[in-house]
Design a protein around this ligand. Structure first.
Ligand code: 13P
Length: 248
């Protein structure tokens, strides 16, 4: 049985005061949680968030990681630095990084390895654009993105990653994949993992991301291969994020 994970991706949003208010509301509203919950925050706020969520059900995550261990890589943040602030998760290969920072599937795979080597759980994002979906290329595109990662991993490491299916056309647009559309891609991704190792396929979590909101979360999360959500906009509103956590 896979335990759901709901991870908020704050993207480049927040401030000391806004974070304090959001986390206070989340802490007050969380109660007993039946799933794993994380907030992936901008790196300048790791220390603030680490101390604010210590002892709660919330885990800390980052939004990117360097492939390098340390050294002359201006602007990069190493996996060991994330660990210094008790980060448990790190998002890799988000479509915004692929699109705006030229990240290739090969680089994303290296980042996945870098995270795993430091004991972090990488949340590996895959997803197709609208043009790719309309051309019938969805399974091929996400399959190639996942394959690049699987190729670099030992079988024993596969179950340590989390996969996030985020259709690019659904991110921040208010357009959500229907539960069945998402389920079909999730099943294809799990099938891809199964070709490497059936046991890993049974346990690896596959999250859905892309305009997940309180009013569509229940239906999406009811699908057999959807094991949680990677939440953008709704993660910045405590009531919405808590409602999605409750749905999970
Ligand atoms: P939205 O929930 O705002 O569509 O963003 C999804 C996302 O990109 C999470 O990583």
């Amino acid at each position: 049985m896979r335990r759901n994970l709901v991870a908020g991706n704050w993207k480049m949003n927040g401030s000391l005061s806004a974070n304090a208010a959001l986390l206070a509301e989340l802490k007050a509203g969380l109660g007993e949680v039946g799933c794993d919950v994380a907030v992936c925050v901008p790196s300048p706020y790791f220390a603030q968030c680490q101390s604010t969520i210590a002892g709660t059900a919330l885990a800390l995550g980052a939004q990117d990681v360097s492939v390098h261990v340390s050294g002359a890589y201006t602007g990069e943040v190493a996996a060991s630095m994330l660990r210094d602030f008790d980060c448990k998760y790190v998002i890799v290969g988000h479509s915004e990084r692929r699109a705006y920072h030229g990240e290739t599937s090969e680089l994303v795979a290296q980042k996945t390895l870098s995270a795993l080597k430091s004991g972090l759980t990488p949340i590996v994002c895959v997803g197709e654009t609208l043009a790719q979906r309309e051309a019938g290329e969805t399974d091929a595109v996400v399959g190639e993105q996942l394959e690049a990662v699987l190729e670099l991993l030992d079988v024993s490491a596969i179950k340590k990653i989390v996969i996030a299916y985020e259709p690019v056309w659904a991110i921040g647009t208010g357009k959500t994949a229907t539960p069945q559309m998402a389920q079909d891609v999730h099943a294809a991704l799990r099938g891809k993992v199964a070709l490497r190792d059936a046991e890993s396929a049974a346990v690896v979590k596959i999250l859905y991301g892309g305009s997940m909101k309180p009013d569509n979360a229940v239906e999406l999360l009811a699908m057999p291969d959807i094991d949680g959500g990677l939440i953008g906009g709704a993660a910045l509103k405590a009531a919405d994020f808590l409602a999605i956590v409750a749905a999970a």
